[in-house]
Structure formats: structure tokens, C-alpha cells
Design a protein around this ligand. Sequence first.
Ligand code: PGA
Length: 253
Amino acid sequence: MRSKHLLVGNWKMNLGPRQGSSYARQLRESITNLARTDVWVAPPFASLPIVATELKGSLLSVGAQNVHWAESGAFTGETAPSFLTELEATFALTGHSERRTYFGETSDQVAQRTAGAIAAGLEVIACVGETESERNEGRMEKVLEGQLNPVLAKLTQETAKSVIIAYEPVWAIGTGRVASLDDIRGAHQFIQRVWTSFNLPGSAVILYGGSVNPSNFADILALKEVHGALVGGASIKLEQWLDLVKIAEATPV
Ligand code: PGA
């Protein structure tokens, strides 16, 4: 369990260095007091250095949208965990559904990426989630288990605390169709059971992601199974992002 809510903005392939740095400056100037919430942002790689510089000394943390497992080598287009820590990034996402769907990343690779990043001292938000047809066919639990098992199998009693799970049903990402509170509760409870089956210490920290916005966030965060949110679209619109921060701050942990 974390002592605060966790609100993570996934900028995806938006806000290049110029726009990203000016947005980061606005965030730094607008978010000057946080009592109940940790606010993290994941810019695209090209913007990471300038955003990290802009947010240095602020209340926000910066991370990457993906990470490789190796320290260096012939992996064109990839980013080593130590490159991220050198930039003072503190976390990375792994296994986002867009990586799985468009770039063919497998759950085994996601597990490797997760383990490599943790070994380098990063926290990792490992993303899982079923497609609409998998849900309709009653295969949600099987799919989530298939995505979680390789990741959890690589954790130790010590490294487990560096992993956060993001439950993001694919059909809710970027569609405006948020999952129902019952769907979210059920999936988070299931993920918690899988975590427990690995005899890992404590309980899993689980974020919900998929069309989170200021009109649905308060109800979602009020669920005791939900420890925060991973947000795409609403994280790159200043007003909406600040509203989400406000809602998190107003919600008891
Ligand atoms: P969305 O994206 O908030 O735009 O649905 C969430 C995500 O992909 O992490």
C-alpha cells in the first residue's frame, strides 16, 4: 500500500520537447502543494531530458513510457534503464496496451523490461488489460493472469515494492468509454488475488486507466481497490489534469 494516491500522466506521442517543456513549466507553477497525492508524468523519450530539467525540484516526478532491460547493446531504438536514472527519471511504464498491440511486445518481454528497470532502481508501472472481445468471451481473468504471471514470477520479496500494476481495459483506452465501477472493482480484486498467489509481501498497488477524466475520477478513486490512475488524454490538457489533481487531493486515502 502507498500512503498517498498516485496520479500518473502518460503523454503518449504528444508534447515534443518545445511544447513539453512549456507544459512542464505550467505544471510546476500550478502544482505547489500536494498532501494526499503523488503526481508523476511520462513524456515521450525526446522530451524527457527537458521535462526532467524543468521539473527538477518540483513536486512532480518524471518517468518514461517504456524501458529496455539491458544496460547497453545492439538494441536499435531502445532505452536502457540507466539512461533514465541518469536523467533523474524515477519510473517507467511497461506493457502498455499500445506497445503490445502496435509493436508486438509480449508478456515475457514486459517481464524482462520490468525486472531490468527495477534492478536499475526505477519504479515500474506494469500495464495489463483485456480487449473487448476477450471480456465478452469471458476470458478476462485468463488474459490478466497470462499478462501478470511472467512479471510477478520475476519479483523477489525485495523488488516487489517497486512494482505498481495498472489495470487498463483496452476497450476503455482513449475511447471515452470508462469501465463501470463494478468492472473496475472486480478486475482489481482479481489482480490482488494473483499477487497474493505469488506470496509477495504486502498487497499490490493497482491503478485504473482508461478514459479517466474529471467527471468520472472521484467515483473511481473512491473505490478502496483503486490506488490511483494512469491517465492519457486528460493528462495533456492542463485544466483537466489540474482538476484530476484537485479531486485526488480531496479524496481520503
Ligand atoms: P486514456 O489513456 O486516459 O486516454 O484513455 C490511458 C492510457 O492509455 O494510459
